[in-house]
Structures are given as structure tokens and as C-alpha cells.
Design a protein. Structure first.
Length: 156
């Protein structure tokens, strides 16, 4: 209904209410609703539904943002894991250990015996990871360096 129709209805209700204060109050409320364009009693429920829908859409948007963040974090964690798996494989090879470091009795490669020295060293990995440390700190390991050679002085 438009305001032109609602105002005459409110006027008619006011006229019918006469001197009855309760009827006048009802008439005033109806006139106020007509001015606000909410003469339909269902409009209050519609406003509530719209508010709830808006709230749910905001919650949904926030959840989508959180999911995207978690997906990004998961990818980052998987990248770190891949990196550390590669480093573990290289370093364990450098010291002749199994990738489980002898800590897994069910390991198919070593049956839990693959501590450092169990396998033949991977010379390339040894040269990359171990040799620089031995050269820089020979006294800590009771080793002496002679050019490129590393000599164990503990057996002499």
C-alpha cells in the first residue's frame, strides 16, 4: 500500500477510536507504521530475516577468509616438510645413517640399526655438510686437516 491509501485508513481508525484511549493508541501505532512504510506485520519478520541473512553472509565471508588462510598455511607447512625430508636424507647420507637414524625397528632399509656409520657415507653429502665443520673446528673433534684430507688424531 502507498501512503495515500494508508493515511485515510489511519484517519478512519482515529475517527472510529473516538474518545477511547486504547483505540487511539492503536490508531497512532498504525499511523506510525504507515508513515514508516511497514504497515505489513510480516515486514518486521522480513527485517529480522534480512538481518540474520546479512549476519550469516558476514560469518560465511569470514570463514572463507580463514579457510583460504589455512590452505595457504598448509601449503607452506608441506613445503617446509618436503625441504626437511630432503635435508634429512642428505645429512643422514653424509654420515652413513638411515633416514630413520636407527630409530625405527620396522624400517625396511635398516630394521632400526641405521645409526651414523651403519651405511657407507655419501661422499658428496659428506663433503658438503660435514667436511667444512671439521676443517673449521679440528681441535673440537681431535682431528687435523692436511689440505683437503681430514686425519683422525684420536687413533694415533
Amino acid at each position: 500500500m502507498n501512503n495515500n491509501v494508508q493515511d485515510p485508513i489511519a484517519a478512519m481508525i482515529n475517527q472510529m477510536a473516538g474518545k477511547n484511549p486504547k483505540a487511539q493508541m492503536i490508531a497512532q501505532l498504525m499511523a506510525q507504521q504507515a508513515r514508516q512504510g511497514t504497515g505489513d506485520p510480516g515486514s518486521i519478520q522480513n527485517d529480522k530475516t534480512k538481518g540474520q541473512t546479512k549476519k550469516l553472509l558476514n560469518i560465511n565471508l569470514e570463514l572463507k577468509k580463514k579457510i583460504q588462510k589455512l590452505i595457504k598455511e598448509k601449503k607452506q607447512i608441506l613445503n617446509y616438510l618436503d625441504f626437511f625430508i630432503d635435508v634429512n636424507a642428505a645429512f643422514s647420507g653424509a654420515v652413513g645413517a638411515c633416514e630413520c637414524w636407527g630409530g625405527d625397528p620396522d624400517c625396511e632399509k635398516c630394521n632400526g640399526k641405521g645409526e651414523p656409520g651403519y651405511f657407507e657415507l655419501d661422499q658428496e653429502q659428506f663433503d658438503y655438510y660435514i667436511k667444512p665443520s671439521l676443517k673449521k673446528h679440528p681441535s673440537l673433534y681431535h682431528l687435523e686437516t692436511d689440505g683437503e684430507k681430514v686425519t683422525d688424531t684420536t687413533s694415533a
